[in-house]
Ligand binder design. Structure first.
Ligand code: PLP
Length: 406
C-alpha cells in the first residue's frame, strides 16, 4: 500500500531530511480529503446548527447529523442517538465519569481499571472515587504486556460497578481481549467502558459484537481533526444519565426556577460544538473506509513484522511488551541510551518517534522504566521508513560510542 501522496505533510522535510513520521499513536497526519472537507465547510456551509430557520443553518445541521450517522455505521452502533460528539477520548471518558460515575457510585463500590491504561482512563476515575468514596482496583499486567485475565476474573466481585480497559495499549500495542473483558464484567453486573483511542484506525470495531456499554475514540488518531471524537453509549444507559455540562443546545425548556433537558445525545452536547471538525471527521472515516480497514490492518501488520525483525538486529535493543496480539506499535529501550536521547537523535534524521512515559506512568512503573521509545505506524508508512528508523538507531549507538562507523 502506498498512500503517501494523499498526505501533503509527508512531502515536507525536517532538518533537511525527508519526514519519516512514526508518531501516529500520538496523532495521525491528515489526508487532503480531510483538509479539503474542513476548508469546504467554512467556505460553503458555515452556520450554527440546531438554531437557525435559515437554509444555511439547516444545511450545516444536516452535515453534522450525517457525520453522526457515519460514526454510528463505523462503530456499528444500533442508533445514531447512541453517538455523542466529544473533543476526543479524554472528554468522552470524563463525560462517563462525571455523569454515570458520580450518580451511580457510592462508598465501597469498586472501579476496576486495567494496568495498561492511559492517564485519561485513570485520572477521571480517581476524581470520581474521591467524590464518591468508591475504590480503584487494578488488573495486573504480565511481563509480556498482556492483561492477566485470570487475575481479572478473580478481582471481579459483587462490589465491582465499573470496568475500564483500553482496546489497544498506546504504550505497548497490546490488543486486549475486549469481548472477554466485557462478558466477564457483565457477568459480575458491572458497566464497561472501552477506550478505543488506539484501535479504531487499525481494526474494525463493532460495539454490538463487543457488547460494551461505552466506547470512546478520538478523531485525530483516525486521520481526522484534533478536538473531535465520540462516545458510544448504550441508549438505555445514556437516557438514564444526567447531563454533565449545562448551556445552550442541551435543554428543552429553561426558567430561572428549573430547566428540562433535551434527549440523548443533545443533552450531552452543550454549546456550539466543533461543527467543522465533525464534518471533517466524517471525511476521515470515509477515507479510512475507502482504503479499507482490512487492508490497513494487513499493511500495518507487515510493517510491524518487518520492524520487529529489523529492530531485533540492533545490539542492546529490548522490546517492551511482546503480547501475542499487537497493533501497529513497537515500544523499546536501547541499553545505555535514554529514550529522549534516542528521540532527539532520530529527529535530526527526520524521524519522528515518541519517547517517554506515553501518558501511562503506572505501566512504565510496572516495567521499572522511566519511559520507552515508541514507533507507531499508520497506513502511509513504508518499509523504507523503518529502514530509516533502523539506520538512525545505529547512528545513535555510534554517537554514544557503542558502534564503530561502517
Ligand atoms: N487513550 C489512549 C489509549 C490514548 O492513546 C490516548 C492518546 O494518546 C488517549 C486515551 C487520549 O486521547 P485524546 O488526547 O485524544 O483525548
Amino acid at each position: 500500500m502506498n498512500r503517501q501522496a494523499d498526505f501533503p505533510i509527508l512531502g515536507r522535510q525536517v532538518h533537511g531530511r525527508r519526514l519519516v513520521y512514526l508518531d501516529n499513536g500520538a496523532t495521525t497526519q491528515k489526508p487532503q480529503a480531510v483538509i479539503d472537507a474542513e476548508a469546504r465547510y467554512y467556505r460553503e456551509s458555515n452556520a450554527n446548527i440546531h438554531r437557525g430557520v435559515h437554509w444555511l443553518s439547516q444545511h450545516s445541521t444536516d452535515l453534522y447529523d450525517r457525520s453522526r450517522e457515519r460514526v454510528r455505521g463505523f462503530l456499528n452502533a444500533r442508533h445514531a442517538e447512541e453517538i455523542v460528539f466529544t473533543r476526543g477520548t479524554t472528554e468522552a471518558i470524563n463525560l462517563v465519569a462525571a455523569s454515570w460515575g458520580r450518580n451511580n457510585l457510592k462508598a465501597g463500590d469498586e472501579i476496576l481499571l486495567s494496568g495498561l491504561e492511559h492517564h485519561s482512563n485513570i485520572v477521571p476515575w480517581q476524581m470520581v472515587a474521591g467524590q464518591t468514596g468508591a475504590v480503584i482496583r487494578v488488573i495486573p499486567v504480565t511481563d509480556d504486556g498482556e492483561l492477566d485475565m485470570r487475575a481479572y476474573a478473580g478481582l471481579l466481585n459483587e462490589r465491582t460497578r465499573f470496568v475500564g480497559a483500553c482496546h489497544v495499549s498506546n504504550a505497548l500495542g497490546t490488543i486486549n481481549p475486549v469481548a472477554d473483558i466485557v462478558r466477564l464484567a457483565h457477568e459480575a453486573g458491572a458497566v464497561v467502558l472501552i477506550d478505543g483511542a488506539q484501535a479504531v484506525a487499525h481494526q474494525t470495531v463493532d460495539v454490538q459484537a463487543l457488547g460494551c456499554d461505552f466506547y470512546a475514540f478520538s478523531g485525530h488518531k483516525l486521520y481526522g481533526p484534533t478536538g473531535t471524537g465520540a462516545l458510544y453509549g448504550r441508549k438505555a444507559l445514556l437516557d438514564a444519565m444526567p447531563p454533565w455540562q449545562g448551556g445552550g443546545d442541551m435543554i428543552h425548556t429553561v426558567s430561572f426556577e428549573r430547566s428540562t433537558y433535551a434527549e440523548t445525545p443533545q443533552k450531552f452536547e452543550a454549546g456550539t460544538p466543533n461543527i467543522a471538525g465533525a464534518i471533517a471527521l466524517d471525511a476521515a472515516i470515509a477515507y479510512v473506509q475507502e482504503v479499507g480497514l482490512e487492508h490497513i490492518a494487513a499493511h500495518e501488520d507487515a510493517l510491524l513484522q518487518y520492524a520487529g525483525a529489523a529492530l531485533a538486529g540492533i545490539p542492546g535493543l529490548r522490546f517492551i511488551g511482546q503480547a501475542r496480539e499487537r497493533a501497529a506499535i513497537a515500544s523499546f529501550v536501547v541499553d545505555g541510551i535514554h529514550p529522549h536521547d534516542l528521540g532527539t537523535i532520530l529527529d535530526m534524521e527526520g524521524v519522528a518517534i515518541r519517547a517517554g512515559h506515553h501518558c501511562a506512568m503506572p505501566l512504565m512503573t510496572r516495567f521499572g522504566l522511566p519511559g520507552t521509545a515508541r514507533a507507531s505506524f499508520a497506513l502511509y508508512n513504508t518499509f523504507e521508513d523503518i529502514d530509516t528508523l533502523v539506520a538512525g538507531l545505529h547512528k545513535a549507538r555510534r554517537l554514544f560510542g557503542m558502534e564503530q562507523s561502517a
